[in-house]
Design a protein around this ligand. Structure first.
Ligand code: ZN
Length: 50
């Protein structure tokens, strides 16, 4: 787990969907200690198709 990245990239308490997607995208690149929730994955795929 990339503790430094997590310390510098806290998920906001009231993160919007866009913020959550962005956070998980960067998280996958820098750490990926946990998977992107399926509910968010669906949104990411939709965005890529557009
Ligand atoms: Zn992580």
């Amino acid at each position: 787990m990339n503790k430094l990245w997590h310390a510098e990239n806290r998920m906001p308490a009231k993160a919007t969907l866009e913020q959550r997607i962005q956070w998980h995208k960067e998280h996958q690149e820098h750490c990926a200690c946990r998977e992107v929730p399926k509910s968010l994955l669906a949104y990411i795929k939709i965005k890529k198709l557009k």
